[in-house]
Design a protein around this ligand. Sequence first.
Ligand code: 0O2
Length: 212
Amino acid sequence: MEIQLWREILDPYVLAVDELVVKFNHIIDEYRKMGDYSPIEQVNGRVKTISSILEKAQKKNIALDNMEEEIEDIAGIRIICQFVEDINKVVEIIKKRTDMTVKSEKDYIAHMKSSGYRSYHLIIYYNVQTLTGTKQIQAEIQIRTLAMNFWATIEHSLQYKYKHNMPEHIRNRLSRAADAIIALDAEMSQIRGEIMDAQNSFKIKANTVSDI
Ligand code: 0O2
């Protein structure tokens, strides 16, 4: 396929990713302006590279004519949260919105992958407006904690380095590191509870003082 044709196909995905990143960043701003804690810490987006699309199409035996339907993560959004509890909150926020529809979801947090990978995945439909009209785009939203992201980023680069033939001892270490991430997220969640308690009692105290 010619590069110009690829550009025409991928342009609406670039627009979708740009718009979605703006919208999720706006959610962060709204929370912060209200003086509230934002369940979203940070948002990133990317459009899959042509070589990566071709690689996936080949691996999954997908004809290029069907790639827009069958490759669901041409547009990818990654939402990073501080705490595990924030993830469900973000899923709820997404499900309530009227500008995107959830097609499917995968909970790799309740059901960790054998690699040790954990994240919550949503595939959404999202409409973009182009000069030729409305185009419905599929996008994958990955929602994970900072700690899960740390693990996934490192594991992804090792997968790349070893071209999916990772030595057993490294795989075992990554598996142990994944267990450590679960423990770390659990510890942080406990601290979060303490922080919320402390903030609430501080607010009650401040209100009581201003009542006097
Ligand atoms: P990239 O470079 O991040 O875009 P498949 O994509 O074929 O593995 P499926 O069912 O299409 O499987 O989607 P799935 O399992 O929901 O995973 C899609 C994406 O999740 C992957 O995209 C990764 O980004 C991430 N992911 C899934 N499993 C792992 C894992 O074990 N380790 C890490 N680090 N990331 C994972 P891509 O296209 O594989 O890669």
